[in-house]
Design a protein around this ligand. Structure first.
Ligand code: ADP
Ligand code: MG
Length: 139
């Protein structure tokens, strides 16, 4: 059975331009409940460790620079079938390809600076939840 929690991040582009409240309100209106949240400015080492799975990809350096460029807001969100429900709510990685009404369509600037992160599996949600919240994430 699919899990009911996922790990989201409001990335530095959206957090720094004051969109956190709008994004959280948008997600709550779609039935997500906020379980844990914090604001932190990741070091390059922390951002590099979080995105270790992408090490070696051509965009890895740019991604680590961006994610350590300012504060971001990791959150644990709850809803039935949370991972796939949240990925549907945020839309495609590139906002130019994201469906109307999705968070990335509404709030993202580009494929790199794309407003939000979302786990892509229950296993990664647990791993990413532990990264930011330790056992409190309860994913
Ligand atoms: P998603 O965040 O939709 O799961 P990926 O896991 O493929 O996407 O990529 C992680 C993040 O890396 C993306 O959200 C985006 O910020 C960045 N990224 C991915 N592909 C590119 C690219 N071609 N150019 C620049 N940044 C990218
Ligand atoms: Mg991903």
């Amino acid at each position: 059975m699919a899990g009911n929690r996922t790990l989201a991040i409001i990335k530095p582009d959206a957090f720094g331009s004051g969109k956190a409240g709008k994004i959280i309100a948008h997600l709550e209106a779609q039935g997500f409940t906020l379980i844990c949240a914090r604001v932190l400015h990741m070091s390059k080492a922390e951002a590099g460790a979080f995105y270790e799975v992408h090490k070696g990809r051509p965009f890895y350096g740019e991604l680590v620079e961006f994610m350590s460029s300012g504060p971001c807001m990791p959150m644990v969100l709850q809803k039935d079938d949370a991972v796939s429900a949240y990925r549907a709510a945020i839309g495609a990685t590139d906002p130019a390809e994201a469906a109307e009404g999705t968070v990335r369509k509404l709030y993202a600037e580009s494929k790199g600076r794309n407003a939000v992160h979302g786990s892509d599996s229950d296993e990664n949600a647990r791993h990413e939840g532990m990264f930011f919240f330790g056992a409190d994430a309860l994913i």
